[in-house]
Ligand binder design. Structure first.
Ligand SMILES: [Zn+2]
Length: 254
């Protein structure tokens, strides 16, 4: 079992500290910066054993070098992105299992936002670190990958148990919610979620984690193959990839 602590960094990033309950081994997922992470670790008398990166963007690996220097921790990332993850030590492949003390996680290849993007899934805890692939009510922009790759990546994440908690890389929920409700103004479940999000953000609190079952139901980018939904939002149903592409363009222009 792991304990997950969210740390807000930069303007809207989330880094996460995870602690294995038995061994107390500690890892940081996507340290955007080092200072905020060091402050937290020192305040809580923790050291850092691992850094785990979802992808190479600077707002996810920016703290790698300084944290490694300070704690001599090992850096974990996708072997396909070994040239771009600063100071990587442990290069994992799709479906590979890694043990963090008594806890373990699986690597899920999720290209789309970047070519080398991966998500990390702790099956016992039902916890997913989704980086910039899946957000609450949104998904990452296609900076390097294709719509086909992103659709296949999202399909993999849809297969996770509904109660899986999604810890993503950014607090983009409010703007994603504005887009989702614009597309689907009559969806009562979505309306309820939007009200909850607005209340949470008014208090400047985090809307994360979200749940897979909610995303499957309410996230526009998870509904590329839902024919009724595609019609409802005014698109012609072509195929998964074309549908996804059009929703992505609509969001980018929203
Ligand atoms: Zn990114």
């Amino acid at each position: 079992m792991i304990k997950v602590i969210q740390i807000a960094t930069l303007s809207d990033n989330y880094s996460y500290i995870i602690i294995d309950a038995v061994s107390k081994l500690t890892a940081c997922i996507d340290p955007s910066v080092s200072g905020t992470i060091v402050n937290f670790l020192e305040k809580n008398c923790l050291t850092l054993n691992y850094i785990i990166n979802t992808h190479h963007h600077n707002d996810h690996v920016g703290g790698n070098l300084e944290l490694k220097k300070k704690y001599n921790c090992k850096i974990i990332g996708n072997f396909k992105d070994q040239e771009r993850i600063p100071e990587i030590d442990i290069k994992l492949k799709d479906n590979e299992i890694f043990k963090l003390g008594e806890s373990e996680f699986k690597v899920i290849d999720t290209p789309g936002h970047t070519i080398g993007h991966v998500c990390y899934y702790f099956s016992e805890d039902k916890v997913l670190f989704s980086g910039d692939t899946l957000f609450s009510l949104g998904c990452g922009r296609l900076f390097e990958g294709s719509a086909i790759q992103m659709v296949e990546s999202l399909k993999k994440l849809r297969l996770l148990p509904g109660e899986t908690k999604i810890y993503c890389g950014h607090e983009y929920t409010q703007s994603n919610a504005n887009f989702a409700i614009h597309l689907s103004p009559k969806n009562n479940k979505l309306k309820e979620k939007v009200i909850k999000i607005e209340k949470t953000r008014k208090k400047k609190l985090s809307t994360i984690p979200s749940l897979i079952e909610e995303e499957v139901l309410l996230n526009p980018f998870m509904n590329f193959d839902n024919v009724n939904y595609i019609k409802e939002i005014g698109l012609e149903n072509v195929n998964d990839y074309e549908n996804f592409k059009k929703i992505r363009v609509m969001k980018d222009e929203f």
